[in-house]
Design a protein around this ligand. Structure first.
Ligand code: GLY
Length: 419
């Protein structure tokens, strides 16, 4: 099978690494450079039209899309129109991630457990009054409807905080993305990531994961793309994940099919485990980064039939098989991340053993062959082990051999999962 992988970060390195172990893979093509990628042919960069043309030229059997942006821009639609299976949904389904108001509308229609909310429109005076009234009561999450680079959610306890979040959201800094807002009742509890692979009708489960979004230990400091993750999360075993799929992913996929916009790819539900049970915080239409890295470490069979099956509308029977082990990914980020990032810092490359894989995110190799930092999140040092304690210990032991000047590393990834 000839496969094109779209994207060049840590999540895509993990996907490439796992796909490269598939006996079904003949050639891997990539759209981005990543020094960690296995042997692959590099395609030209370009928009959806250019990618479709290249996919036809190389006679690709499957395109696997890592990030959400090309999906929101209609890459899957263009590929499907050209008869090329795409792992990743069409733009109308990618709205589950790119519009918080749309996601809430679908959850309402599909009776998915989520927080009560109102949707408000900046251009409607009555809606603005309703927004102010709701915010004044406090205990509300103010969410910008559209994509906001991870900065569009304000968690507000007091009315004052909420009213100033409303001002901030409508200050113009988010542009059209903030015309609509979702004002959601605050929920409390730990967060868990639950992934379902869908072919548009069926949904099959993967193990649960837990991410660590804040930059500093103890969940302090600003939000990041994710500073580490581990699999599985003890809050949801695989049977409990099945129950979540029954309550969340399967009704959503059925609703998308009913609307004539079937969801094919991976549906990632960010859940909060509230005292009343799991509630959906948000959807993503792609694998999590860095959750994908430990998931790929434990994926225990040929991945391509699953990705191809989802893309082509017929998943294999059963569900993907995962090693009965644990995996932990610890991210090394550049100095200044998440506000800025320092580039060009030399990265030492230590030897690792079979249980450890270092996934590259923001790295580059200079003309002398030296590996250097080239972005905010730089590396995801990922280890597997028989217990989460073991996986975590191995990941942290390997981090030391790759630590570059100014590296930011949380020391408490997966700490809460250890008895
Ligand atoms: N790690 C969270 C995300 O990928 O959105």
């Amino acid at each position: 099978m000839k496969v094109i992988l779209v994207g060049g970060g840590g999540r895509e390195h993990a996907l490439a690494w796992r796909m490269a172990q598939s006996p079904t893979l003949t050639t891997l093509f990539t759209t981005h450079d990543n020094p960690g990628f296995p042997a692959a042919e590099r395609l030209r960069n370009g928009d959806a039209t250019a990618l479709v043309a290249q996919a036809k030229q190389v006679e690709a059997d499957l395109v696997v899309v890592g990030p959400e942006a090309p999906l929101a821009d209609g890459l899957a639609d263009a590929l499907i129109a050209a008869g090329i299976p795409c792992f990743g949904p069409i733009a109308a389904s990618a709205l589950l991630e790119t519009s918080k108001a749309f996601a809430k509308e679908i959850m309402d229609a599909a009776s998915v457990p989520t927080a009560a909310f109102i949707r408000v429109d900046q251009t409607d005076p009555a809606s603005v009054v309703a927004a102010k009234e709701r915010c004044a009561r406090g205990n509300v999450a103010v969410k910008v409807d559209g994509l906001a680079a991870g900065k569009g959610v304000f968690v507000c306890v007091t009315g004052e905080e909420a009213l100033s979040a409303l001002d901030e959201a409508w200050s113009g800094r988010f542009g059209d993305a903030a015309r609509f807002l979702v004002l959601e009742d605050l929920m409390t509890g730990p967060e868990v990531s639950v992934f379902g692979l869908s072919d548009g009708e069926r949904v099959v489960s993967l193990p649960s994961a837990q991410d660590h979004k804040r930059i500093f230990d103890g969940d302090q400091g600003p939000n990041t793309g994710g500073m580490g993750a581990y699999v599985p999360c003890p809050l949801l075993d695989r049977d409990e994940v099945e129950a979540v799929l029954d309550a969340v992913h399967r009704p959503v996929v059925a609703e998308m099919a009913r609307r004539g916009t079937p969801f094919r790819g991976v549906l990632f539900a960010g859940l909060m485990m509230t005292p009343d049970g799991p509630r959906v915080l948000e959807f993503n239409v792609r694998f999590g980064d860095p959750e994908c890295q430990p998931l790929m470490m434990l994926w225990d069979e040929d991945i391509l039939p699953w990705l191809y099956g989802a893309a082509s509308g017929e998943l294999p029977d059963g569900r993907p098989s995962f090693a009965d082990e644990h995996a932990c990914c610890v991210v090394l980020a550049s100095a200044g991340y998440p506000e800025t990032s320092t580039k060009g810092v030399a990265i030492p490359e230590a030897d690792t053993h079979e249980q450890v894989t270092v996934f590259h995110a923001g790295t580059t190799r200079d003309s002398a062959g030296q590996l250097r930092t080239n972005g905010g999140r730089v590396l995801g040092v990922t280890a597997r082990g028989r217990s989460i304690r073991d996986a975590r210990a191995q990941a942290y032991a390997a981090v030391d051999g790759w630590r570059f000047e100014g590296a930011q590393v949380r020391t408490d990834i997966a700490a809460q999962a250890i008895d």
